[in-house]
Write a protein that binds this ligand. Sequence first.
Ligand code: HSE
Length: 318
Amino acid sequence: MKETLDFCKAKAPSSTANLGPGFDVFGLGLDLFYDTVSISKLTTKNGKIRITLENIYSKIPSLAEENTASLSVLKIAEKYKIKNDLDIKIVKGVPIGLGLGSSAASSAAAVTAFNELFRCKLTDNELLDFAAEGEVGSAGVKHYDNVVASLFGGFVIVRTFPTIQFSQINTPKDLILVVCVPKMVTPDKKTKLARSVIPKTIAFEDHTRNLSNACMMVSGFQYGDTKLLASGINDTIVEPARKSLIPGYDKIKSDALHSGALAVTISGAGPSMIAFTNSSKDARKIGKSMETAFAYSKIESKAYVCGVSGGAKVISKY
Ligand code: HSE
């Protein structure tokens, strides 16, 4: 008979990736939605994983070889030759396929719980690499920007060449995010689709412009200067290619800027849009303007005002 030996539950936040010019490099943890993953280690040792989705979402695979959380767990188990059967329970809080790092949050919570449960003592880079395995399931490639933010929180810069390395920078105290989430059904593997529209080659001047904007953002974070960081949120490479995937993109952006936003961009691969401000008074107004602009394109949406989150955490174990 199967019995549970040990149990661990962890949660991880939503995130926004790219932040304009930092495609696949910048991530920011959002204190807005959270995924919770519980893992029970069973006495039996057949290397089997059973997944339960507490709040049913038809779009989430429940097969261990396809689910983002278990893809990550399977890779760690393989490395450490762990054969215990596992029961993994996932409670989705992060909306799926809307550009808020949903798959990353499940993977980040899963690797955090697994690492604790089996006392693997993974380094931060190993945690990150295993969590990114989950992204293969949804994006077709390992990209690290959402997982790095979901695992460690705050504003994070990640690179993968020559090896994985990340750097976290404190965020300005007055930084406020307005996230407008459309009620849209996005295609399965939406990130893969959104990556397929990105140009294969770019003009040198676009590279220079994006690089200078990205550097200005880092400087803004470093100095705790929200206006400076927001001045760099302008992407001339990926965003122009993706904007047609977001109904009303131009109006959403210009209306939010007219309502006082310091910058507006696509959240991750979209279709959610994110605005940056340092005024809580403006934040509501900006959110309203984004909702109204989506409605203009006959899309219902909801704007949320939030701050920056910390990273993934173990919340219970026995
Ligand atoms: N950097 C990734 C992309 C983030 O834009 O495709 C996906 O959430």
